[in-house]
Design a protein. Sequence first.
Lengths: 416, 1037
Amino acid sequence: MSSYINNEIKCSNYNFQNLGVTIKNVISMANYCFACNRCVNVCPLSHLDVFFPRKLVGDLILSSLGEVLTNHNIWNCLTCGQCSIYCPMTQENLGVRIPDLILELRKASRKSKIQINRITQCETHNEIFPLISKMIANNPISPNKLEFLKGKVLKTADSGEIAYFIGCLPLMEEIFYNFKCNYTEIPITIISLLNEANIVPVVLNEKCCGHDILWGEGDTETFKKFAEYNTQLYKDAGVKIVIVGCAEGYRIWKYDYPKIVDDFDFKVFHFSEFFLKEKILEHVKFPQSSKIKVTYHDSCRMGRLGGRLYNAPRELIRQIPGVELIEMDNIKDDANCCGVATFLNCNEYSRFLRQNRINEAINTRAEYLIVSCPKCLTHFNCYLNEPSSNEEKKELRNNIKVMDLASFIGKLLFLV
Amino acid sequence: MEKLQSSVLVIGGGIAGIQASLDLTMLGFKVYLVEIKPTIGGTMAQLDKIFPTLDCSLCILAPKMVDVYRNRNIELYTYSYVKEIRGYTGNYTIKVIKKPRYVKEDICKGCGDCSIICPIKGIPSEFDVHLKTRESVYIPFPSSVPPVYLIDDKNCLYLNFRICGICAKVCKADAIDFLQKPEEITLNVGAIVIATGDSQEMPEIYTSFAGNSPNVLSSMQFERLLSANGPTGGQIIKLDDKKNPHSIAFIQCVGSRDVHHSSCKKYCSAICCMNSAKEAIVVKEHDPNIECYIFNTEIRAKGKNFYEFIEKSRFEYNIKYINGHVSCIKENLDNGKLKLYYEDIDKGKVVNFEVDMAVLASALSPTSSYYKLLKQINVNCNDLGYLREKDIILLEKKNIFVTGYSRKPNDIQMAVAEGSACAAKISEKLSPVRFQKIKKMKYPAEIPVNPEDKPRVGVLVCQCGTNIGGIINVSEVVKYVSKLPYVVHVEENMYSCSSDSQELIKDLIIKFNLNRFIVASCTPRTHEQLFKNTLKEVGLNPFLFELVNIRNQNSWVHQNEPEKATKKACDLIRMYLGKVINLKPLDTIKVKVEKSSLIIGGGIAGITAAYNLANQGFEVYLVDKNSLLGGIALEFIDLYYIPITKNEILQKIDDLKNKTNVHILLNSEVVDIQGYIGNYEVKVKNIQKNSEDQPFKVGTIIVATGTKQIKTNRWSYLSERSSERILTQTELTSTKDVDIPKFMDATIILCVDQRRNQFNNGDNIKTYCSNICCGVALKNIEKLLNINPKAHIHVLYREFQFSDLNAENLWRSLRKKVTYEKYHSIDDIKISDENGKFHIKYKNIGAGINLEYNTDLLILATPKVPTDGTEQLAKLLKVATNKDGFFLEADAKLRPIDFATEGIFLCGGAHWPKWIGESIIQAYGAAGRSAILMVKGEIEAECITCEIIEEKCIGCGRCAEICPYNAIELYGTTKQMGLYNINIQKARIIKAACKGCGGCIAECSVGAIDQNYFSKVQISKMIDLLPGIELPIYDII
């Protein structure tokens, strides 16, 4: 335990939370590593000379935590989970588990001055998203997100067994109005199709799921408030099954809430899983007959970090008549990252990753790039709508359109 | 050679005078600004809102007034008048009488303690057109310039009876001086600008309009009533019973367009229609339930998109326009309402109607001081009360320039353009003596302040007479501030803005070796620059200073809570301390400006601008697509009393050809423009030879590309068979008399495919009014009558838009051979072709009957649109156009000839279809504005600019797209990133063009842009210190 004592002395200017537990945890995770270097070979950032997972893990064992955190910028990691897939020493709840390790480090160090500066350096959109989250968390009244349902003939309930979690989509529509992503088409489509199958989902004005505040800032206090509020809200409404329409919400409900909420007792489904289970699309008649070529981008939060939910969305796409799915070169476990998770780190590196992924999609000659994560949707569209070198981009925009899976279905059925 | 004086006398401190003065000083001339009232600002200061932008009038004027006040090269004589003008062209001796204010102008701080105590109250305020009262010692309005009180010698007890004198006792600055006498000042000037503005007569004189009723107001009185600092604080209430009115009638043409009554004006005042529409909109915005009626004979909306403003008031605000002149208003004593008698022309019925209030759009005329001045310089005016064009030209030869409302009835936008135009003309005449009397400030070398130096802050807390000291416990604030970290010295004083305080600040900075300074006093708007200059004078970078407003935002608004106000003062100073210690010195960047100008378009505007700039000694590149200079103006030149004849234009063109500093590029178009203000590189292509000329560098660009008239698709079935007998107005003008088909009866149809509402949109159908067609029609009538004096001519019109001094005379004199016939909608006019004649059928408004007749020739007033290539040019210049394709100026009112992008200017038809006279004025204005940049050969760029953090930028280009000043450019670079070598783009700020507006910062999604002096760190430190100073000291920085 020499390194532990060492840590305590050298980290005196670090204001760690639960220092003992964290360090113990982190070191026990790091101890699995035998420096096989596979993580570095797949980490998109280490190819770009930005972040080195193997070195971080190695340093954790050898140097003090203070030094490690000074030498490695843990906020640069995209937590895309590519490393964990190839790491021979990672199991579901055991092993190196680099994304979890990063999260632990973030949680522990987030209040020290040097790390606050680093977070500020990485923040995008003038830090509006963490600010919104914190405001929602600390405010008894959350903003009315259900405004968009007004005037629509959608049936929703205040209590019942099946709930549909909307998440931050209506808020994102307000903020990213200029990309015309139409985020609310996603809930409109999902609720319409549920109604179509005679399911009236519970739709409540829940608070933010807390994904960004947890993974982006390591802020467990705020995250806990969200987890408790949302689960209590659903419990009070008698909910047993939670349907989630976005990748991040899915990950949070399925894997992060149970860790923090004591009596978590919900079955969580991504809408694609639920639709397949209930055979919803099989009973729907699609009006169009023309052939559409699409390709599908796996998001990390539904894939590598979300129980590898690869087949359900693909199956759903196959159920749409006339739609042909052409796969990109790197899919499923190997799917390349969209570049930005948690609205952190939009920079020249992540832009390069985005550019690569878009090009990969264009190479399939598909007309649509279907995504299932609103963040991927935002960031791909942001890239395509950049005003710089307009002519070139215009051609790209002509080649491919990025669309959410639910919106895509909704469009074909004229639901939105 | 006669001796030229390098100074100019500007008479009148309204917007025209202010604009001329500011431009003149920047062109290198000393200005003496004489204003008869105690404050500058003129009519515009009294207005609540301005049309068509509905901006707050004073909000956009006040900064200009402050600029005048601060300008070291403007000597301001308010409450003064010109007694005598002697001398000769270029060297006049002026005697100015400065009336006694009985308040020392250099000592008074405008705190207002004297006015509060003054026992004489209830004097009608001139500024509020007698709707509000003032004291005997007063200031016209709170933002008066100079911000100095004066004593009304007619009402003051001391001056009349030697009693009272209490103001002198309460004045802490000792500024009252009852012994002041009128002062005579002698000035030597090279040129004179007369900008005495307008005046509106009181409605009382119009007995038939119940002028004595408190509910009948003049439009200026109503403007004051609407204004937030007016008599009712902006509430619309009736002045007798203080109740809200339910209906308001606006009566147009009161006392104007009347040749019969000697007390009335014969001309159209030009602005009342728009003004009433604006006032009605403001009423509707206050309370949509108040019904507004505008009684008019015709609505004259002359100006860029003004007609659409009227339409907006009609449809969006539901303001009712009644076509009929009110002949008489009587008070109904039973219910206190006003009874209007009028004929509704549309319905052909005589009606009476009751409203709660009436606003008289009463005639505007030049002021009485204008006529006194004209006597001084020995010129007479015509029967309209205005100078004749030929007299104006003669005066200009003598270096005397008439501008603004004293030249012609005009709105603010034209007054601004004319002010700039006067400056340009004077600059041309006095260019040999430029800069001779301009004061230059010399500052000591700057004390270096490094980021690692410990901040040493000095704080001065101002009492501002009793303004701050009467409410806030200043000593307590001083005690609190002295304990704050980094504060080395703090003290209180009576007036921080006084000149001895400036010396005190300098002494403190040296004595305590201070490197930051805070003054807690009043508003930065008026005083920040003063203190920054003081810092500069002692060698401290002016951006190491902050002004904390503890007056307007504290003692004034918390008068009843002195304790809380004291605490708030402490809080505010603490917050600003957080910012000040994080400030960094900023350098002033000087940008070289090429002394050459590119003028695009060789019409009358382009020629005028080129001529003016060439005579001022600048290189001029005049580019035109055609093979000849002169543009369409040469075809239109014989109309009206235009200040220039055809021969003079041709002479000017010849002169231009002979000048060595003028390069005329005909048959050419601009194909590429790179660079920024002062440093543009231009490529021009010869269209005929299809060859590119040598690229050249210019400092400024003037756009004068003009307009053209389009064809119509309406009645296309007629043109299939008899197209030669259907002409647009321009075609008629440019066709030789002999080539026009024979006719006995001709019809001119106005408003074809223009002034249509949004529901009638289609190709070539415009919602706007081209403004000049009505006037062109008059000229065309003359032309047609010239060809066939026996012919009968019909003019089918909707509303005549010639609010020009002489147009109505011309209109009247042509009436013998012409019938003017009013129609309602173009869709009602049915035309068929019968045996070689056009058969016209329409419903006449006024007569109220359907008329049918045959005619031989159709002349159509189709819309005027920007010339071909305007869109491409806008792209090259990276400037905006409006929805109709005309170039978009920086501000519709106060910057009508500037683009938002610095260094590019706009004049003539490219801005909006307009008269030759107006085009010439704008051209001079544009030349003057561009000369301002070029005279010194360099300009000082804004210090508060944005900065791009290169490593954070991802080159998405959103900032460059949103920047209104084109101050951001993208550049490509390559970067080695790990295994890859990547081509990336980065954005870069052009410091010379950046205005520091911060738009890019909000747009940047990656936080790569920050603003000097308002950086994210500086602002967040202020916020950190909002709740208190519990943070560890080192965290503040």
